[in-house]
Design a protein around this ligand. Structure first.
Ligand code: SAM
Length: 286
């Protein structure tokens, strides 16, 4: 029997020397498990992204415990300290401001670093905006891609947008309300207005809203609105037959050129010339 198969027989939690990655609510404070509350109450200390946020949960459930700050600014200093505490037998919980630690939140680095040192890491599952949005979208969830926040740098961003445009799998994206309009415009350019999409706003909260159906309609919906709240976007994958062979070849070439360092505009111009097409025709193909 190896160490991993022993995990299913754990009895008393928290265990000494164990790091717990604890999922917390993404809006509705009732979305927290009994197991998570037990861990937060009984670990030696809780390392949180923002102690004020975690205090809200602790207060609601009448829990008091030692909180320390653990975020992207201090993780380099805090990881060795947490490692030392765990080696001395303490149990520690990592929590982010909302949802699952490590999912676009602090937690990934410490899990990687401590796992390689042989520390036991246990996930206490909780809410995650990506999964809540995917499940409520009604889009295919048997196979999906989670992109998190798209990169800001144009060349990297266009590469991912291109991948999304030809992906057969459902894609999940996080975005801030300030930048939603820009992202929708980009998705329109790369995927076309007919691609099915759902924008999930304020999941699990009082004003939860799901906006669909296709990209054009969603752009229209948000046109004159102040966009506030938290946003997750789910984009339907394409059907293979939506791509004809010519398009497939040009798309592949386009992808190769972008990977080689050209911008979408430069690559489209080059391929248009090579294939006797207008630049806009290459653009429209993708
Ligand atoms: N760790 C979190 C999780 O497990 O979902 C994600 C943290 S990431 C810093 C924050 C982003 O998640 C937001 O900008 C938004 O895109 C998405 N998000 C978080 N809460 C949400 C909610 N209630 N409704 C919609 N999207 C949400």
């Amino acid at each position: 029997m190896n160490n991993n198969s022993l995990l299913s027989h754990r009895k008393e939690e928290p265990e000494n020397g164990t790091l717990y990655m604890v999922g917390t609510p993404i809006g509705n404070l009732n979305d927290i498990s009994q197991r998570a509350l037990n861990i937060l109450k009984n670990v030696s200390l809780v390392a949180c992204e923002d102690t004020r946020q975690t205090k809200k949960i602790m207060n609601k459930f009448n829990i008091s415990n030692k909180l320390i700050s653990f975020n992207k600014h201090n993780s380099l200093i805090k990881i060795p300290k947490i490692k030392k505490d765990l080696k001395e037998g303490k149990s520690i919980a990592i929590v982010s401001d909302a949802g699952m630690p490590g999912i676009c939140d602090p937690g990934e680095d410490i899990a990687r670093s401590l796992k390689s040192e042989g520390v036991d890491i246990i996930c206490i599952p909780g809410a995650c905006a990506a999964i809540a949005a995917l499940v409520s979208s009604g889009l295919s969830s048997s196979s999906f891609v989670f992109e998190g926040f798209l990169p800001k740098k144009k060349i990297c961003r266009e590469k991912i947008l291109l991948e999304i445009s030809k992906n057969e799998k459902t894609t999940i994206i996080y975005e801030s309300p300030k930048r939603l309009r820009k992202l929708l415009k980009e998705l329109f350019e790369f995927c076309g207005g007919n691609r099915e999409i759902m924008v999930a706003r304020e999941l699990t909260k009082k004003f939860e809203e799901h906006v669909g159906n296709n990209i054009s309609e969603v752009i229209e919906f948000f046109k004159d609105k102040d966009i506030i709240g938290e946003i997750t976007i789910v984009v339907k994958g394409i059907k293979k037959r939506d791509l004809n062979p010519d398009k497939l070849i040009i798309k592949k070439d386009l992808n190769d050129l972008i990977n080689a360092g050209l911008s979408l505009s430069e690559a489209s111009k080059y391929l248009a010339k090579r294939n006797g097409l207008k630049k806009s025709e290459v653009y429209n193909m993708v």
